[in-house]
Design a protein around this ligand. Structure first.
Ligand code: CS2
Length: 503
């Protein structure tokens, strides 16, 4: 059967269709979904959430006695695409396929049933608030990306942000995450209802602390007494989340249709690796995450260090040179021996010697695992996705390592070549043209047009002093400037791959 014919006969996914699915082609959850009730409200139902937390919960629901931990998905987005996504989720009774590819590219698809309701807040603000106030909701989790927390680079709450100001003016009719959370907590307090845990699942350092800072800052601006009550009664666990969940293109969606015979409007794909390390700090109960593969620890920070500085920084170290070299996918770029060597040496010689990971975990083993995960050809993880938002990713993941090597008085003995090269590639990437002469658009929502033009120019001092790099003082570091100029002098005439040969 051709792909098109297969698409035409594919079964539209919804509750009723479950009985007609082919169990040989797709795994279907064993729990009785009609008995599942909502215990978690999740804000920001992107692919990552659906491939990670919702999958863990799907496994929890299969353990008898945990039926009250279903998820209500909440979208606060007011763009037409958010509305369309809400419709797609509702049409499918919130069911979707998750296709996991092992390292050899072998797929395995399952249906995830843990999201039992989906609320598009702009269309249904009252229902959203009622849900958050419901005593049955004991956790409000979120994946809203770093920008969603309204914190500046020093971690201060940006109280003048438009969304914050709007919610402060009309706190009973919020539109933004923290407006909703604080209003819901205020109503619960008034009603004598236990508060919920605020559980950030974003990929950033101290995600629970960040969420706490945002919630408390917003609450203080609204009502200091309420803020005090929240501080005393609400918990904000830190956690380290890990799973690669690439953007799903029409081509991949078609592949899933062919594989499963299911017509899913919103399929998710992921690698078969997943990890979640959580601080056990839940003020109003939690699902048995430890029974479904998550780990609890008192201190999440070493895991975050390891992941951020090794995995995420290496992703950037592949993506920036990879995009400029003209590659499209992560596995393709990493398949290039020059880029592979850059990333391998970066982790081995630059990161590992200055990184303290969790006790008992070998960072060299971790490196090898990261490289093997990145090599998965079935994921087709787009380099532009990974390079995207480098303005936020570099300071979080790469700059701490550069700082370790450049903060001493005398850095002349340090080998700064690879780190300087990655920054030189960032500058090249901002110009939006690759070594083959093809134009591309860097996805940098946090860099203005003017900044992009300025940072991408030939002015090295200006670049090294740009907003995201300036705190490191690299422009005044002779050894770094030398390494940077060396990288530029190779990049210009030879392009990424030629430059790497001589770096
Ligand atoms: C990626 C992450 O977007 C990125 O730059 O590095 O999304 C990465 O795939 C996840 O952090 C893996 O857990």
């Amino acid at each position: 059967m051709t792909a098109t014919a297969e698409s035409k006969t594919a079964i539209k996914l919804n509750e009723k269709a479950l009985a007609n699915l082919d169990p040989k082609r797709v795994k279907i959850f064993k729990y009785d979904r009609s008995k599942v009730t909502a215990g978690i409200a999740h804000i920001g139902v992107g692919n990552f959430h659906r491939a990670h937390q919702a999958r863990y919960i799907d496994d929890c629901l299969a353990i008898p006695g945990n039926e009250s931990w279903g998820i209500v998905g909440i979208s606060l987005g007011d763009r037409p695409s958010s509305k369309a996504k809400a419709k797609a989720m509702k049409d499918q009774d919130c069911l979707y396929t998750l296709t996991e590819y092992d390292a050899k590219g072998k797929p395995s698809t399952r249906i995830i049933g843990s999201i039992i309701q989906y609320l598009h807040a702009p269309e249904d603000p009252e229902a959203t608030m009622t849900m958050l106030v419901d005593p049955a909701i004991r956790i409000v989790s979120m994946t809203i990306t770093e920008g969603g927390y309204h914190l500046d680079s020093e971690g201060n709450f940006q109280s003048d942000a438009e969304a914050v100001q709007a919610d402060l003016k009309d706190p009973e009719h919020p539109k933004d995450t923290f407006g909703y959370i604080v209003e819901a907590l205020a109503r619960r307090r008034k009603a004598g209802t236990e508060p919920f845990t605020v559980f950030s699942c974003d990929n950033q350092r101290g995600n629970g602390d960040v969420a706490k800072q945002a919630v408390l800052s917003f609450a203080r601006l609204r009502d200091p007494e309420l803020a005090e009550w929240i501080e005393k009664n609400v918990s904000f666990p830190n956690s380290m989340v890990d799973r690669i969940a690439p953007t799903v293109t029409e081509e991949e969606a078609e592949a899933v249709r062919k594989l499963t015979g299911i017509d899913d409007q919103s399929p998710v794909i992921a690698e078969n690796f997943l990890q979640w390390v959580i601080k056990d700090e839940f003020c109003n109960g939690r699902p048995p995450f430890e029974k479904v593969g998550a780990e609890f620890t008192q201190n999440v920070a070493p895991y975050e260090h390891m992941k951020g500085r090794m995995l995420n920084a290496s992703h950037t170290a592949i993506a920036l040179p990879g995009v400029v070299a003209g590659y499209e996918y992560v596995h393709e770029a990493l398949g290039d021996p020059e880029i592979h060597r850059l990333v391998y040496d970066f982790m081995t010689k630059d990161v590992i010697p200055v990184t303290k990971g969790p006790d008992g975990i070998s960072l060299t083993d971790y490196r090898d695992m990261v490289l093997s995960r990145f090599s998965n050809p079935a994921l087709k993880d787009q380099l532009v996705r990974i390079a995207g938002d480098s303005a936020n990713k570099l300071p979080t993941f790469l700059l701490p390592t550069i700082n370790e090597h450049t903060e001493d008085e005398d850095t002349s003995s340090r080998d700064l070549r690879r780190m300087a090269f990655i920054l030189a590639c960032f500058r090249r990437y901002l110009r939006g043209i690759d070594d083959k002469g093809h134009k591309f658009t860097p996805i940098e929502p946090h860099i203005s047009k003017e900044e992009r033009a300025e940072w991408g120019s030939e002015n090295t001092e200006g670049f090294l002093n740009c907003r995201i790099l300036e705190s490191l003082g690299l422009a005044d570091n002779e050894a770094f400037v030398k390494a940077f100029n060396h990288a530029v002098s190779l990049l210009k005439p030879q392009g990424v791959l030629g430059a790497l040969r001589h770096l």
